[in-house]
Design a protein around this ligand. Structure first.
Ligand code: PGA
Length: 236
């Protein structure tokens, strides 16, 4: 793992965007794996700028998102579908037919087949949950394989209630790419910001590889770059 620690979130966003930009410049037909949540927002803002400046072109880029809530529908204010279009896809020159977001109404196996048919993910952006989850792969007894439906843990529901009017409104289930699908990505950038992530980051980097900290599996991946702020890195 390559680990970089920055003072400012905006620096992390630029660093992540530069890595994505390098991939898109080298391979204009690349397949990107994308994440939602607060973590990747500054990277997406930097990518929008680079696209506006004509430095990167998304015309032939294809994307697959990690996860989506079950039960709220794509038009819901907090759906990850809406998040991706509002924060990235509407702002760059990507073709809507080239973006894929897991749909709980459709087959999980077909999502994995679509990723394979696209040639696999070249570069995957990941956040990390306070509990060490990656995508919505929550701590549990085994590392999951492909895309599947999960029950969200109390800690994830608690962490995500900030986006909803009340904790009751937070969906209790999600569809998520599996740990196995994520590990197939050729390159991974994991971003963590803030002190609530410090313990999960410590377990991911220095703990035993253990499905109770799903992110710890990344120790086995040959090409992971971890971008942290000083608070997320505080326990390293
Ligand atoms: P966050 O979520 O970016 O909203 O902190 C990250 C995650 O849960 O993976």
């Amino acid at each position: 793992m390559q680990i970089h620690i920055y003072k400012e979130e905006s620096q992390i966003g630029k660093a992540a965007a530069l890595l994505v930009a390098a991939e898109v410049i080298r391979n204009p037909n690349c397949v990107l794996g994308l994440a939602t949540g607060s973590t990747p927002l500054s990277a997406y803002n930097s990518l929008v700028e680079l696209n506006k400046q004509g430095i990167i072109d998304f015309t032939s880029v294809r994307t697959f998102n990690l996860d989506e809530y079950v039960g709220i529908g794509r038009s819901h204010e907090q759906s990850y579908y809406k998040f991706m279009f509002d924060n990235l896809f509407y702002k760059i020159n990507i073709k809507p037919e080239n973006v894929k977001i897991p749909n709980p109404e459709e087959s999980c196996a077909l999502y994995d087949e679509a990723i394979d048919a696209a040639g696999g993910i070249d570069l995957q952006i990941l956040g990390i949950g306070n509990n060490g989850h990656i995508a919505f792969n929550e701590p549990c007894g085994i590392f999951s394989e492909g895309t599947h439906i999960v029950n969200l843990t109390e800690s994830t529901i608690e962490a995500n209630k900030r986006f909803f009017n009340s904790i009751e409104e937070v969906p209790k289930k999600a569809i998520t790419m599996g740990v196995g699908s994520i590990m197939k990505a050729k390159e991974i950038i994991l971003i963590a910001i803030g002190k609530s992530k410090a313990e999960a980051v410590r377990s991911m980097i220095n703990g035993k590889i253990n499905p109770m900290c799903p992110a710890s599996v990344l120790q086995r991946h040959p090409n992971v770059t971890v971008l942290l702020d000083t608070q997320a890195a505080a326990l390293l």
